[in-house]
Design a protein around this ligand. Sequence first.
Ligand code: THG
Length: 367
Amino acid sequence: MATISLSRRLRRTPFSDGVEAAGVKGFTVYNRMLLPTVFDSVEADYRHLKTAVQVWDVSCERQVELRGPDAGRLMQMLTPRDLRGMLAGQCYYIPIVDETGGMLNDPVAVKLAEDRWWISIADSDLLLWVKGIANGYRLDVLVDEPDVSPLAVQGPKADDLMARVFGDRVRDIRFFKFDMFSFQGRDMAVARSGYSKQGGFEIYVEGGDIGMPLWNALFEAGEDLDVRAGCPNLIERIESGLLSYGNDMTDDNTPHECGLGRFCNTHTAIGCVGRDALLRVAKEGPVQQIRAIEIDGDAVPPCDRIWPCYADGRRVGQVTSAAWSPDFQANVAIGMIRLSHWDAGARIEVETPEGIRSATVRDSFWA
Ligand code: THG
C-alpha cells in the first residue's frame, strides 16, 4: 500500500523521536496528530501488553482546557452526565452531545480545580464546538488547547514501573482519580486510567520539552520489567469493549445507542445543550445499540469500513471493529445492532470484504 505523506498539518508529538527509535511500524492520524498503531505485530504487541508493561504515546488525546469562573457551567452544558458531585482530582468518562443528542466526542473529563478543567478528547474537533458555545453564551471562560501530551503506562507491571520513577505514592491512586507528582522538578498529573483493561496510568505531560526525558527515564527504570513502546491495541480494546469514536459511533448516534446510558443523568444535567433532545429519545428508548459480536471462522481481514449485517436477507446493523483474538480463539467484534436482533445468542450474517460470515450477538464483551 502507499504511505501517508508527512507535513506540518500532521503533527508530531513530544515523544515521536522515542517512538521512531523504538521501531514503530505503523501510524494512524488522530486529532491531526500521529498515533502509533503497531510496533512488533498487533498480536505480539497484544501478548506483551497483557503480560508486561508498555509506554504509549497518546499525545493525540489532546486537551481542551476550560479556565475561569464559568468553566464548570460550560462543562455541564457539554454533557448529559451530572457533574455536580465531581471533585477536583477526579476523572469522568463523559458523552458529549450536540443539540440533537448526537455524540460529538467521548472524552475523559479531568477536574483540576473548580475553575480549571481538561477535556481529554477522542478524534473530533471538539475545541471548535466548545469555543462556539463559550462565545455564543458570552461565558467568562478561556478555552484553548494547552501544550499537554498524555503518556500512558499500561499493563500488569505498570504499578512497579511507575513507582520506580514517581515513588510508591503512585500505587495509592485509585481508578479514574489523579494526583500531582514531580519529575525533574516539573509537576504532572498522574491518573489511574487508560485505553486498555490491563491496568495502568496516564501521565499528563505539560511542556513538550520534558517529554523525551520522561520517556527515557521510564525505559531506563523498566529494563528488567521488559518495558516496551506500545500503543492502544486493536484486539485488546475490542475484547475490553472500549469504543472508538468515528469507528464504532458518530454524531448520528445517541449515547444510549452507544451503550453509554450509564454515563447519562439527563434529568439532572441542567444546562446540557442536548438535554431536551435526549429526554425525548430516551423516553422511546434506542432502536439500535452497540453490541459485542463473535464472527465465525478463521481470522477476519482488517475492518476499515462498515460491514453490513443481515438476518433473513434484511439489514439488521453493522460491524465497525473486528479482530482475531488469540486468547479467545475467535473473531471479536463491535457493531451497532437493531433491536430485533440485539439479544444475546441472535444469529446474524456479516458481509466482510472476503464474503459473508455467520456471527453471534453476545451479552457482554470478553474482558
Ligand atoms: N484516556 C484519556 N483520553 C482519551 C482516552 C483515554 N481520549 C480519547 C479516548 N481515550 C476517549 N475514549 C475513551 C473510551 C473509554 C474510556 C476512556 C476514554 C474508558 N472506559 C472505561 C470503560 O468503559 O470501562 C472506564 C469508564 C468508567 O468506568 O468511567 O476508560 O483512554 N486521557
